[in-house]
Design a protein. Structure first.
Length: 137
């Protein structure tokens, strides 16, 4: 090393040699595209018993006094108006929901298709006759 003498040879030479031999290798794995698929159905499979989540979210809540159904999974109400079944996220204002007077009804189809059977089993005076004890009875 011409031009560098004494002290600088012992200090600079090791630094220069060390710095020139350092090579950083960054090995990145190939990027993968992540696709998230959300199923419309949540909770356990349909054949599993209706305990917990499925009973709370996939069963209908039936209010026999006013003959209204509520489906929590879709957040929809079903009610009879002038002989026609209506479906909506809100009930008309003349309907008053009494949470303690609800029954949990498990159905594989929309409730109005089975209303005649459900109404026979749980008539509008169901709670007045002392048979119903409230939600989930």
């Amino acid at each position: 090393m011409k031009g560098i003498t004494g002290y600088w040879k012992t200090v600079l030479l090791p630094i220069v040699l060390t710095a020139s031999s350092c090579v950083a290798v960054i090995d990145e794995p190939p990027r993968r595209e992540v696709v998230v698929v959300e199923a419309e159905r949540h909770g356990p499979p349909p054949w599993a018993p209706a305990h917990g989540w499925r009973r709370k979210h996939e069963a209908y809540h039936y209010y026999p006094v006013i003959q209204v159904y509520y489906y929590p999974a879709a957040r929809k109400y079903y009610w009879l108006e002038a002989g026609q079944w209506k479906i909506g996220v809100r009930l008309p204002s003349h309907y008053v929901i009494e949470e303690h007077r609800a029954l949990v009804v498990e159905l594989d189809d929309e409730p109005h298709k089975h209303h005649h059977k459900i109404k026979a089993q749980y008539p509008p005076d169901y709670f007045e006759r002392g048979k119903g004890k409230g939600k989930g009875s």
